[in-house]
Write a new protein. Structure first.
Length: 282
């Protein structure tokens, strides 16, 4: 699933529907800051004009999407209209990406993982070398194999050396030094990836998307509750939220996540049985 598609689902299910608006502020010949009035402004949803001329971001203006402040690069003549057509919502897309990443990190914390099977490009046995770095994000290694070229077509074989994976250092340690360099394959588990772009493809099982959505929704409603508390009143967006119901929604989604995560947590694959007692011999 593309991250932007999950954001659209979250907006629909949790009521953060983007709204279109127009804003118009008259320049006074001295000011350079104009507030659009409705914000946060959703990324790539806005078109800005000074008078009748379309203007380009960074060249003619900058826009703080969180607070709606548009800052012109040059002072505009008195009476020139600073016009905006844009969409706004409680969360920008970037905020929803943060919420989705929060859900992914929560799965990592509960022991969810991505399985990588017999990758041949990240591990090679070197002569007289015992310690190797494991891949970034690795949480466990369950199989090391060498790739033999002397058979008819080549095949995976047992490494023939006792080894261990040290998670704290993210290192693979062989219990004796190999005499020769050999091609090798590694099967390992890694953390689920987080993302920065809305165009990224979520690298998770489809069965886990609902879990991520629950955590993202809880993140959203806790943000709304905090916003209401900071405003020292009980209304946001014309009374659709109150501190109590936003916090209750967050708690309910957290509870749903906890129940579902227990059922969907993956089972770790069996690890290769090592040759010797760990720590025996060098």
């Amino acid at each position: 699933m593309i991250t932007s598609a999950l954001i659209s689902q979250c907006r629909r299910e949790f009521g953060d529907i983007a709204k279109s608006t127009q804003a118009s502020k008259a320049a006074d010949g001295s000011s350079t800051v104009f507030n659009l009035g409705y914000f946060p402004v959703i990324e790539e949803s806005y078109a800005i004009k000074f008078g009748t001329s379309a203007r380009t971001e960074t060249t003619h203006y900058t826009l703080d999407k969180d607070n709606g402040d548009l800052v012109t690069v040059a002072v505009q003549a008195n009476g020139i209209l600073i016009q905006s057509n844009h969409k706004y919502a409680n969360f920008r897309d970037a905020n929803w990406v943060e919420a989705i990443n929060h859900g992914i990190e929560s799965l990592n914390g509960r022991g969810f993982f991505k399985q990588v099977t017999r990758n041949t490009s990240i591990f090679r046995i070197s002569a007289n070398v015992r310690t190797y770095s494991a891949p970034t994000g690795c949480v466990d290694v369950y199989e090391l194999l060498k790739f033999s070229d002397y058979t008819i077509s080549g095949s995976y074989q047992e490494l023939g050396i006792n080894w261990e994976y040290q998670q704290d250092a993210n290192k693979i340690v062989l219990k004796s030094k190999p005499s020769i360099a050999e091609r090798a394959a590694m099967s390992y588990l890694r953390n689920l990836q987080t993302y920065a772009a809305t165009s990224a493809t979520l690298d998770v099982l489809n069965d886990w998307v609902e879990l991520i959505k629950l955590k993202a929704g809880a993140y959203y409603f806790r943000h709304m509750a905090a916003k209401i508390a900071q405003q020292a009143n009980a209304t946001v967006d014309e009374g659709h939220f109150s501190f109590t119901n936003a916090r209750t929604m967050a708690n309910d989604l957290e509870s749903d996540f906890e129940r579902l995560a227990i059922r969907k947590k993956p089972t770790r694959p069996a690890k290769e049985i090592q040759y010797h007692i760990p720590g025996a011999g060098v």
